[in-house]
Each structure stands twice: as C-alpha cells, then as structure tokens.
Design a protein around this ligand. Structure first.
Ligand SMILES: [Zn+2]
Ligand SMILES: [Zn+2]
Length: 135
C-alpha cells in the first residue's frame, strides 16, 4: 500500500495516510469555506485510526465545531488539517495538505445549494444540494 505524506504550512505537523480513501469529494458548505478560507474544501474520508501523526502532535489545536465534529488545525500556522467525527472516528483529511498525489480523484460535490454565489463549479462531477442520499 502506497503511503501519502502530508504537512501543514509551517511544517511542524506531519502526517501519513494510506493511499486509499473511502471517498474524495469537495464540500461547498459555509463552514468548510470558513475553516479553509477557500471556495470549497476537497477532502478525503479515512478511518482516523489510519491517520498517522509523524510529528507535531503537540502543535495540533482542536476546535469542536459541533457535538460530534472536531476540526484540527496547526496552532502555529493555522493550516486546516482534518475534521474528525467523535462517534465513528471518521476523518475528512483536507487534501490540500498532501505533499504526494493520491491515486483517487474527487468524484462529487456536496452542499452545492449553499455554495458561495461567486463560485463556478467547472466540472461534470455529480452535485448534491446537501449530503448525498447514501451518506
Ligand atoms: Zn503549521
Ligand atoms: Zn462542508
């Protein structure tokens, strides 16, 4: 299994994940826009147990966004790193922190109904107003 490396902007946080995401997609919701500072956040779903902290664990800050969702970012440089579900351990790794290219490509857009009015989605991937029906 190929391993992908990732890091934050300042380089203190380094992680590794197997090159096998449960899915890769872009979320256009207002919370992902705020957290990422971008028009949308492309994330890969992965079991949190497979997310290996190589260094910088002490630099992680956790913001508890909701009852079940935590957001992790680097407290030195502010890079948004991943979200984590407290019940299932599912992580959505922000793919922008990867230093290696994953084999998989993004396959969908979610929360398109709440995307920024100035954003144009320029591909033909499936779009969902909110979460996909199966997820
Ligand atoms: Zn950092
Ligand atoms: Zn979102």
């Amino acid at each position: 299994m190929k391993i992908l490396k990732g890091s934050c902007l300042c380089g203190q946080v380094k992680i590794e994940v197997p090159d096998r995401f449960e899915y890769i997609g872009s979320c256009h919701c207002s919370e992902c826009r705020k957290f990422s500072g971008a028009a949308n956040a492309t994330a890969g779903g992965i079991d949190g147990a497979l997310l290996n902290m190589i260094s910088g664990g002490e630099s992680l800050s956790i913001y508890r966004k909701s009852e079940n969702t935590e957001l992790a970012f680097c407290r030195h440089c502010g890079s948004s790193l991943f979200s984590r579900k407290r019940d299932s351990g599912l992580c959505n790794l922000r793919l922008g922190i990867l230093d290696d290219a994953p084999t998989q490509q993004p396959t969908f857009h979610i929360f398109v109904a709440s995307k920024a009015p100035w954003e144009d989605i320029c591909d033909d991937l499936p779009r969902f107003d909110g979460l996909p029906p199966t997820r």
